[in-house]
Design a protein around this ligand. Structure first.
Ligand code: FAD
Ligand code: NAG
Ligand code: NAG
Ligand code: NAG
Ligand code: NAG
Length: 467
């Protein structure tokens, strides 16, 4: 009885949340995310370092004695040399710092953080070789825009364009594809310039220029920031193309049999699995020539500037079910959310304005990634990214990702389904974060790249704010 009353009132709240979330997302120009570095002594000394969520997995932030903002490779070289000469630990921090783990902490409290905030220039686009050279702090958004101006595209990127090229290479970030060399951005690196510490007779720092074919590139292109500071990156692009995307929802009875073959059927295939609802969203997404008509865009709803009140209501409702241990309530909530998202086509439009039906055909640069909430002007936090830590009661989650080799995917899915049959409502919480996102990636020669062709499973779920 208590549960059903609770569920009803929550659903009412939810209805309000959905209205706010989806109908009035652009009430005003929103606020940009906070800087991951803040210092108490001036703007560069005695600093706290965190990530975009305001907290690392162990609930801490970390300290650094100083932050520097190089604006050129030459300045970067001097900062690294100085820190090396004085045996100071150093680590790179980026504009937004989107990694959940504590990767940007220099260790101890007397280290140096080197920010790539001002290393944000596109240096060169060569339309003959179809290559682009950028500084490492350039965002995926800026990279896509610069390439598109030259009628070129990067074929595969993470779906969120608020990442920097230095950060996403360091963590081996990827989109979803089994085509060619696969979906990892580091597969398309042709040159890289790194600033590394050096002995005193080399003035304590040196620039290493690595080109494709150099075996060291397999070490440096995915290196979690421990092999030096990436200064510049050159990427191989492709001629502009369009893609044609259709989302199809099916039940998950045959998911274990379909998951691998589906990846070979569509160049940009991915899967979002709603295990509680026993449904799967199949992304049928393929390259088409530019003369196919269509001017669609994919501006994913979860990455748009979102009204603060909507963010709080969404979280408040989730938290009620969480604290009451009401798994069934969560399932009802997730059904409402997922069906609303489906009606809104997840943020897809056929012409940049409205959705009229599948397939959505559009230029690659408008379809491959989004993230409007990270690129905004100040509005006093009327809108934000859903996870903005400055908002009390914002979205707060943890994410666990596993890479399953394609030849084990079937068993893995069957195992998850067995767990689901034991506790049918237990996995509904995942559905409030877009379901289990499954993306394809290929084996890589990079030492920290994938060892086999894999399906990556992203599990994103509720995290309590306080202990
Ligand atoms: C909304 C959202 C969606 C996401 N979607 C995807 C996705 O679709 N696919 C995917 O693979 N991942 C995805 N991610 C995860 C994302 O790829 C990682 O969080 C990413 O690596 C972070 O990039 P960053 O620029 O924020 O780097 P940071 O998190 O700031 O840094 C990551 C690491 O790289 C190091 N580093 C950064 N720059 C340099 C440099 N110039 N030189 C040396 N070291 C450096 C840092 O020291 C740190 O160790 C997503 C994250 C978010 C928040
Ligand atoms: C350094 O920062 C800490 C924590 O923010 C603060 O307690 C301390 O007083 C600061 N020290 C100086 C010298 O500013
Ligand atoms: C390097 O260190 C010296 C002495 O410690 C200091 O004077 C100089 O400003 C430093 N340069 C940079 C670029 O940090
Ligand atoms: C799942 O869908 C298939 C058709 O795609 C259908 O034959 C099957 O009965 C459905 N299974 C369940 C459990 O609904
Ligand atoms: C697109 O161009 C190709 C060759 O350039 C042509 O064969 C094809 O018919 C064109 N398709 C459309 C839809 O115009």
């Amino acid at each position: 009885m208590e549960n059903s009353t609770l569920t009803k009132s929550s659903i009412l709240l939810l209805a309000a949340a959905i209205l706010l979330l989806f109908l009035f997302p652009d009430l005003s120009t929103p606020s940009p995310p906070p800087s991951p570095v803040s210092c108490t002594n001036g703007i560069t000394n005695n600093c706290t370092v965190t990530n975009a969520y305001g907290m690392f997995p162990d609930r801490s932030t970390c300290r650094a004695l100083k932050v520097v903002y190089p604006t050129s490779e030459q300045e970067l070289l001097q900062f690294v040399a100085n820190a090396t000469a004085s045996k100071t630990k150093m680590k790179v921090v980026t504009r937004f710092s989107h990694s959940i783990p504590k990767l940007s902490c220099p260790g101890g409290s007397d280290g140096l953080v080197i920010s790539t905030l001002n290393l944000d220039r596109v240096l060169n686009i060569d339309s003959t070789t179809m290559q682009i050279t950028v500084e490492s702090g350039v965002t995926v958004k800026a990279l896509i825009e610069a390439a598109a101006e030259a009628n070129l595209v990067i074929p595969y990127v993470p779906y969120w364009f608020g990442l920097t090229i230095g950060g996403l290479l360091s963590t081996g970030a990827h989109g979803s594809s089994l085509n060619g060399k696969g979906s990892a951005v580091h597969e398309y690196v042709t040159e890289m310039r790194l600033v590394t510490p050096a002995p005193a007779d080399q003035n304590y720092a040196t620039v290493k220029a690595l080109k494709i074919g150099d075996p060291d590139l397999d070490a440096t292109k995915v290196s979690l920031g421990v092999l030096g500071v990436i200064s510049q990156v050159t990427l191989q692009l492709q001629p502009m193309f369009k893609r044609s995307l259709t989302f199809v929802t099916r039940n998950d009875s045959d998911l274990a049999d379909q998951a691998v073959s589906f990846g070979y059927q569509h160049e940009f295939a991915d899967l979002a699995w709603y295990p509680g609802q026993r449904k799967v969203l199949y992304r049928k997404d393929d390259r088409v020539p530019v003369n196919v008509s269509g001017n669609g865009a994919y501006d994913f709803i979860g990455f748009r500037p979102t009204a603060t009140l909507a963010i709080q209501t969404y979280r408040f409702t989730e938290k009620i079910f969480e604290t009451e241990n009401d798994a069934d309530g969560k399932c009802v909530y997730s059904q409402l959310i997922t069906s609303t998202l489906a009606i809104l086509a997840y943020g897809l439009t056929n012409n940049g304005l409205i959705f009229t039906g599948y397939p959505v055909i559009g230029y690659q640069n408008k379809m491959e990634a989004s993230g409007g909430c990270a690129f905004r002007s100040k509005d006093g936090l009327l809108t934000a990214c859903p996870w903005d830590p400055r908002i009390k009661g914002s979205s707060f989650f943890h994410q666990t990702t596993v890479s399953i080799p394609l030849d084990r995917v079937k068993e893995f899915i069957l195992d998850l389904q067995k767990l689901r049959y034991l506790q049918p409502a237990a996995l509904c919480g995942l559905e409030l974060y877009g379901g289990v996102l499954m993306r394809y990636a290929k084996s890589s020669s990079a030492y920290l790249g994938k060892e086999a062709d894999v399906l990556d499973f992203d599990f994103t779920y509720y995290r309590q704010v306080e202990d």
